[in-house]
Design a protein around this ligand. Structure first.
Ligand code: PMP
Length: 406
């Protein structure tokens, strides 16, 4: 299998449009990726033919919806190589998955004097739930420092590891810097002191195959919308023995076995954590996104993505007045930068006028912005349909923006 980017782009109808009179150059994939026809059609097809509530049907449509919903869960299981579909919990996304762990596992397992380690480059989704939990339990949230190139200080991490640490919750790929953290080493070191490890995989999942059994993390979270799937759905992977022992996060229909006013018993995994009517169309769309990704030569995709990102980084390094924010040896998908004399928000607006979509601001990662003495950056983030020509358009857009600003 080879990699034909034009053929691939043709599968994403949204890319074929003009924005502000210019061809769209979409470099905001860290925020969300676009959806191929296969995903759009799977969702529309579900609503056209099979729409019904799941797990409660005495009729054919409900049986069909249930079967497709559970097939999608099996697709996720295969995609991340979990041992069982019992370890695949549907959530609204990464944010809900982290909150689920915080307020189910965390409330049950953390007490005064315990520590949760996160990195200094976390998204707010992997900071704020732990702060809320710390206020309730007395556990302490401790950030692992980040060096000047945006890499985790592994020596500091090792020093912080002791028996007080009950959980290390760490981002796999930083959405602000693009840094790929050495999660394998982190998991091994954390386990050696008896801590559990949660990985925020929101920015990793689209870029390379994941293998939960090889990785041996305790929890892993991701969102479908950042891997060519729909919004409003994501996954919490958790090791079965942990999920079995955890109390429900939210109560309602579907997550129970029996309910009486004397007491309630809970459903088995994974349903214990899925109260209420789930996002069936979202699950089916996620299954379609996985099928789409699996239809590609993933090595070729990774090589293409690395080529485009490396090209962008090398052009950035030559660009007068530009400073990269985050320049890790191992990076993926994201390039953050500031330009001397130009506010990121102004640059974003002027790039948009050229049809170039980037994100500007703090990227829901204010602590790492503060670490670099900034309030925000411009972030170009890449997906498999981006090309070197998109990178050229970004820099041509910067040239033009400079004529307005300087
Ligand atoms: N973590 C990281 C690293 C992210 O990039 C994001 C999305 N920007 C999230 C968590 C939150 O994901 P979601 O909004 O899909 O829940």
């Amino acid at each position: 299998m080879s990699f034909d980017v034009d053929a691939l782009r043709a599968q994403f109808p949204i890319l074929d449009q003009q924005v502000n009179g210019k061809p769209l150059v979409y470099l905001d994939n860290g925020a969300t990726t676009h959806k191929p026809n296969a995903v759009i059609d799977a969702i529309a097809g579900y609503y056209r033919h099979d729409n019904s509530n799941v797990h409660r049907g005495a009729h054919t449509l409900s049986d069909r919806a249930t079967a497709r919903f559970e097939q999608a869960r099996e697709s996720v299981r295969g995609f991340i190589n979990a041992r069982s579909t019992d370890e695949v919990i549907w959530t609204k996304g990464t944010t809900e998955a982290i909150n689920l762990v915080a307020f189910s596992w965390g409330r049950d397992n953390l007490k005064q004097g315990d520590r949760v380690l996160v990195s200094g480059m976390e998204h707010h989704a992997n900071i704020v739930p732990w702060q809320i939990l710390s206020a309730q339990t007395g556990a302490e949230l401790v950030p692992i420092p980040v060096d000047d190139r945006g890499q985790l200080d592994m020596a500091a991490f090792t020093d912080l590891l002791d028996e007080r640490v009950k959980l290390v919750s760490i981002v796999h790929v930083s959405n602000a810097l693009g840094t790929v953290n050495p999660v394998e080493a982190i998991i091994e070191k954390a386990h050696a002191v008896g801590a559990k490890v949660m990985i925020d995989g929101a920015q990793a999942v689209a870029h390379w195959p994941l293998d939960m059994q090889a990785l041996d993390c305790d929890f892993y979270a991701f969102s479908a919308h950042k891997m060519y799937g729909p919004m409003g759905i994501g996954v919490l992977y958790g090791k079965r023995e942990l999920l079995e022992a955890m109390p429900p996060f939210m109560g309602g229909g579907e997550m129970i076995e029996t309910v009486s006013f004397e007491g309630t018993t809970y459903n088995t995994l994974p349903f214990k954590f899925e109260p209420g009517t789930p996002n069936v169309a979202g699950a089916i769309g996620t299954g379609a996104a996985i099928k789409f990704i699996n239809s590609l030569d993933r090595d070729a995709v990774a090589a293409h993505e690395a080529d485009v990102l490396n090209y962008a980084v090398s052009r950035a390094k030559d660009y007068p007045g530009l400073t990269l924010v985050g320049d890790a040896d191992h990076r993926a998908g994201v390039m953050g930068f500031v330009l001397e004399g130009a506010h990121p928000a102004d640059l974003g607006m002027l790039l948009d006028q050229q049809g170039v979509a980037v994100r500007t601001g703090n990227h829901c990662a204010m602590p790492i912005m503060t670490r670099f003495g900034l309030t925000g950056t411009v972030r170009a983030s890449f997906a498999l349909y981006n090309t070197r020509a998109d990178v050229d358009a970004l820099f041509a857009g910067l040239d033009k923006a400079k004529t307005f600003l300087m």
